[in-house]
Design a protein around this ligand. Structure first.
Ligand SMILES: Cc1ncc(COP(=O)(O)O)c(C=O)c1O
Length: 375
């Protein structure tokens, strides 16, 4: 059998990882500043992560959501403390798209409505509702195209005010737009979106799948603004590579048995993985590291003349150049062995390193960048 060929692949096969380093089959070392799409939060093969998952596997790897599972309770408790959202409720699933799918479904259940307002250039995943709220017609199949979704430009208060009405189930906004190229919702926009949702009885969904888990320097990127979303989908970094998705749900939304469900979500291994991530973030002060190094790197990048703009918070950084980034990214990878990320915005390089990356590792990137820009 052949693989279904949907991914353009680099001719590199990492076989080992530690912290922000990867090694391929030939033993060549790479610096990973992309974390396999923002997934590696505490570092590759983090010893606490490996131990927590191994211990759990030796105890019990899986049972379904039909029985008591105290490790889920422990996870909900720790997540409440670290995020400061102790009064929220937690639904566990296995991916970012699944988290968004459930978030949209919850908003629809809660309001009895169908219409969703999403942002231009948004990416929310590839399942039915998630892809319908993703602004990329190429990946929307006819089967997914009948959802009632209206796209408005991010940060355009007037457009949102005009679009929202009493038929709106939800407004969905990324904590920071990732795939687009790291574009941030303004404080004013988030405050207004919250207000408009309240006035119209719609749910505010903050998709923190990419920007959450401490990456912005706070646990959620929206927490740089004083808002309380109704629903918060989370995935990627919370599992550090183990497939974990989550939906944090405000206390006013009431569950009923059978409302949502999944076979794999919240399984014992997934909970052990997520707990080890939360523990490492606290123990190693990784949110502080993300804040400090993000600020430092941004200041260094802004000194480079070819860099037009640096956007982001913490260790989610979009570097916009005055030319298309594709060749430069290849040179960083093949000449300097550094993984970076692309973006829908072609002149942008996306950096999503582990939150435990060091100043030395980021300096290595700066040096390589300057060499390729012929400084
Ligand atoms: C903001 C955001 N939401 C949702 C998703 C989808 O997550 P997954 O690929 O785990 O389904 C992504 C993936 O890139 C994302 O960046």
């Amino acid at each position: 059998m052949k693989l279904f060929d949907v991914y353009p692949l680099y001719d590199i096969e990492p076989v080992k990882g530690s912290g922000s380093k990867l090694w391929d089959k030939e033993g060549i070392e790479y610096l990973d500043l992309y974390g396999g799409h923002a997934v590696i939060s505490i570092g590759h093969s983090h010893p606490h992560y490996v131990k927590r998952i191994s211990d759990q596997l030796n105890q019990l790897g899986f049972y379904s959501n039909a029985v008591q599972n105290s490790i889920q309770e422990e996870l909900a408790e720790k997540l409440g403390v670290i995020s400061g959202l102790e009064d929220y409720q937690l639904f566990l699933c296995s991916s970012g798209a699944e988290a968004n799918e459930n978030a949209l479904k919850l908003a629809s259940f809660q309001t009895g409505r169908k219409k969703v307002i999403a942002m231009k250039n948004a990416f929310h995943g590839r399942t039915s509702g998630a892809v319908a709220t993703t602004d990329n017609p190429k990946i929307i199949a006819p089967f997914n195209a009948d959802h009632q979704v209206e796209f408005v430009p991010l940060n355009d208060v007037e457009a949102l005010t005009a679009a929202i009405d009493e038929e709106t189930a939800a407004v969905i906004i990324e904590g920071m737009q990732g795939v687009a190229g790291v574009f941030l919702p303004s404080e004013e926009y988030l405050l207004k979106a919250e207000k408009l949702c309240k006035e119209n009885g719609a749910m505010l969904i903050l998709d923190e799948v990419q920007s959450g888990s401490g990456r912005s320097g706070k646990f959620f990127a929206f927490q740089h603004t004083d808002i309380k979303p109704d629903i918060i989908p989370l995935a990627k970094g919370i599992g550090n590579g183990f497939p974990v998705g989550m939906v944090l749900i405000a206390p006013h939304i009431k569950p009923w048995h059978g409302m949502l469900g999944t076979t794999f979500g919240g399984n014992h291994l997934a909970c052990a993985a997520a707990l080890s991530v939360l523990e490492a973030i606290c123990e190693e002060k990784l949110m502080e590291n993300a804040s400090q190094l993000g600020e430092w790197l941004t200041a260094e990048l802004e000194l480079i003349s070819e860099v037009k703009e640096v956007r982001g918070k913490g260790l989610m950084i979009g570097i916009t150049l005055d030319f298309e980034a594709v060749e430069l990214r290849k040179k960083l990878l093949f000449n300097h062995k550094i993984f970076t990320g692309s973006a829908a915005h072609k002149n942008t390089i996306r950096l999503l390193p582990s939150l435990a990356v060091t100043k030395e590792e980021l300096s290595q990137f700066l040096e390589a960048l300057k060499i390729e820009l012929k400084h």
